[in-house]
Design a protein around this ligand. Sequence first.
Ligand code: G3P
Length: 222
Amino acid sequence: MKFFIDTANLDEIRSAAELGMLDGVTTNPSLIAKIVKDPSNFTRRDFFDHIAAICDLVDGPVSAEVTSLDAASMIKEGEELAAIHDNVTIKCPLTIDGLKAIRHLSEAGRATNATLVFSPSQAILAAKAGASFVSPFVGRLDDISAEGMALVEDIVDIYDNYGYMTEVIVASVRHPQHVVEAARIGADIATIPYSVIRQLAVHPLTESGLKKFMEDAAVMKK
Ligand code: G3P
């Protein structure tokens, strides 16, 4: 399973890349808003420069999201985003207009990511539109007492039935178990917040075991 990081924070991306297992990055307008210090001075040029800076750090797909709602504007924005770097993936919301934009952009050879996906029917449409990636939001489904990972299971089954090439990105990951379940189900990718990437390595028995090993090793230093 590929690991993407779900952040626009350059320090987090740099640290995750240092682990040597970072395959890509996903951003969205909310993640971009988090890194903006002075919103009144943040221009579209600054946004493009930030996406370019992310592309310099990671050799893999970098999702940048459109912020318009009609298909024609999404396509125009998508082309502008794609011009930033070859690795930019254009993220469009799973709406009727988003699907039209995905179809158009994918036919033009652009990489696309259908985002805000909450049902198998939406995922089928994403694949039929030719999306390179589909992003089911598991955490947000869990938040409303639905089962986020059940959606991933459905999508992986359906895509397998027809050999759809669209890769499944498990998104809105909130904890390590989401990542483990994504791998168990056979999702192509998990896009993971930096804090959760770090949590994946942690186990209390590793910590207590290491503490004891260090204490016992200390005799050899005397
Ligand atoms: O990749 C989608 C993600 O950024 C949404 O996560 O935690 O806001 O639901 P969250």
